[in-house]
Ligand binder design. Sequence first.
Ligand SMILES: [Zn+2]
Length: 232
Amino acid sequence: MPEISSSKPYRIGRSKTGLGLFATQKIKKGSKIIRYFGPMLDSKNKKHDDIDNKYLFEINNRWTIDGSVRKNIARYINHACRPNAESDVSSRKRKVVIRAIKTIEPGEEINYDYGTDYFKIFLKPIGCKCDHCEKKRAKKRAEARAEKLRLKLKAEKKAAKKADKQAAKDARKKKAAAKVTTSKAAKRNTLSGVKANAHARGTGKPTKTKAARTKPLGRVQPKSPARANRAS
Ligand SMILES: [Zn+2]
């Protein structure tokens, strides 16, 4: 790891994606933090044009800085979609300076936006790990969870409603069936009531008929006139 003079407001440290550059002192908004430097590559030079690494900083169509050299501390600065610094490019001077666009507090990681091309080629395929994108992903996950829960509750509510509806339908059916039975039973009851009354009148405590009551007791009446004749 390259040495950094203690007078500099940054240090190299562990970050989410490996190493990163962190503020050791308060860095005021607008102030220059570090220069991004390295050998100048000329696109007109075939040899230069063949060089490829992920620290190439294109200044314009012709010139590119090869920032892969050890002394280029700025190469430790990671990308962020909502950064606290920016790369200030002077095309004419072929010079790049990293400048704070917010006041950076000690301990905060310094980052700048690497630009759309880098993002599309290197970050999008693996998923950007910057705070902003992580938060966005977490928010999306939370939203997905909430949506799943909402759908689950909705389905449950629908099922409960359906069950209620079915129960009400069943109850109506039962009631209607009961009504039919009752009316049949009522009919039966009326009939059996008549019978029952008749039965009650017919049996139960023996009621003596008028004839029985008036029937003379002790006297046997001749069963037939022939027998009566024989007896006398
Ligand atoms: Zn991002």
